[in-house]
Ligand binder design. Structure first.
Ligand code: ATP
Length: 364
């Protein structure tokens, strides 16, 4: 049985520094949840409070109806996988995985260990020592060892941080498969947005001890709530403007003397100064004066200032008449000649592909 993990008003104050600031968070039972944010934003401290390795200064941590924040770490139905594996070097892999069951004096542990080794696809490695395995294999052993006691929640603290990029990508998919198979709640800490997006059902983006936004990867990417999220998850072009009216289901925004529209449903603000946000792959370049696009959301008079070929796509920088540079990603479909630096271009995008943030609340 698994229950929701609920953090209410959780804070952690270290001498003179508030690492976690009044956090409210519900992790639905059986989901893959990622805590994502830059270094020092309080992710690990939050995880350590759930594990019982750090005492909260204030707040409560519940699993279903049970308050667990007063319990010692080993009394919590929670286990942790760390980046450095923490395997026992003198024990073979089978014994490493069996350790938790043996300590609890569980008799018929052999089939359970075999099941776990099977889960992490290491059945043939039981007799080896950790030192005889690759980093990725050691991480799988650590995972099997943490899962064998069937915790309600598995905490993962940058578990893939020590692996090279290719192995990391492979392990991300593997972790997701394992989570789906065992159905245990996973709370995964990472500063890698791509990693969080690949694996998690829900992501909480943290900044300075608080949660900036919580949602599915697609929700966060499609409609970020703040400039921090807009820039931390992928890239965004953010253009300063002001709301000057509304028409039908749209807000009308003035940007440097030009009018553009944004659907109301994609606006986090109803009046005043705004950031108009457009993802680089949602902006299109057209030869100057070519009348491509629907003519609604269009910025004319730009110049290509930089072109980088990156295989599947080309990345452009285009300078607008007021000096701001926008980033544009264009798929290399071969449909037309690439632009070169110095080409005059117009930029256009579909209103439903932009979003509006409150510039008064958000200094960028
Ligand atoms: P990283 O990705 O670098 O691990 P993080 O988001 O996990 O960062 P935390 O390790 O939770 O961040 O740290 C949050 C803040 O709390 C940091 O400013 C850190 O210096 C501070 N901090 C963490 N542990 C302690 C401690 N034991 N004593 C004092 N300050 C601490």
């Amino acid at each position: 049985m698994t229950s929701d993990l609920v953090l209410t008003g959780i804070s952690k104050q270290f001498a003179g520094h508030r690492a976690v600031d009044n956090l409210d968070l519900t992790v639905p039972a059986g989901t893959f949840f990622a805590l994502l944010g830059p270094s020092g934003c309080g992710k690990t401290t939050t995880l350590r409070m759930i594990a019982g390795l750090e005492e909260p200064t204030a707040g409560s941590i519940r699993l279903g109806d049970d308050e667990i924040s007063g319990l010692r770490p080993y009394k919590r139905p929670v286990n942790t996988v760390f980046q450095n594996y923490a395997l026992f070097p003198h024990l073979d892999i089978f014994e490493n995985v069996a350790f938790g069951l043996k300590r609890r004096k569980i008799k018929d542990f052999k089939p359970k260990v075999e099941e776990m080794l099977d889960l992490v696809e290491l059945n043939d490695y039981g007799k080896r020592r950790p030192g005889q395995l690759s980093g990725g294999q050691q991480q799988r052993v650590a995972l099997a060892r943490a899962l064998i006691n069937r915790p309600q929640v598995l905490l993962l603290d940058e578990p893939l941080g020590a692996l090279d990029l290719k192995l990391r990508r492979q392990m991300q998919l593997e972790l997701k498969r394992i989570q789906t198979e065992v159905g245990i709640t996973f709370v995964h800490v990472t500063h890698d947005q791509e990693e969080a997006m690949t694996m998690a059902d829900t992501i909480a983006v943290m900044n300075a001890g608080r949660i900036e936004q919580l949602g599915s990867p697609a929700e966060l990417y499609d409609l970020p709530a703040t400039t921090f999220v807009a820039n931390f998850l992928g890239q965004s072009n953010l253009i300063r403007g002001a709301i000057i009216g509304h028409a039908d289901q749209n807000l009308i925004v003035e940007v440097q003397g030009r009018k553009v529209v944004v659907p109301t449903a994609r606006c986090r603000v109803t009046e005043g100064e705004v950031w108009l946000g457009i993802r680089p792959e949602k902006v299109f370049l057209a030869a100057a004066g070519s009348e491509e696009g629907d003519g609604v959301n269009q910025l004319r008079g730009a110049v290509v200032t930089d072109v980088s070929y990156v295989g599947v796509s080309t990345q452009y920088l285009a300078k607008l008449p007021w000096g701001q540079e926008l980033t544009v990603f264009e798929q290399n479909t071969g449909a037309r000649e690439a632009f070169v630096a110095g080409d005059p271009v117009d930029l256009h995008w579909r209103p439903a592909h932009s979003f509006l943030l409150d510039a008064a609340q958000d200094a960028l």
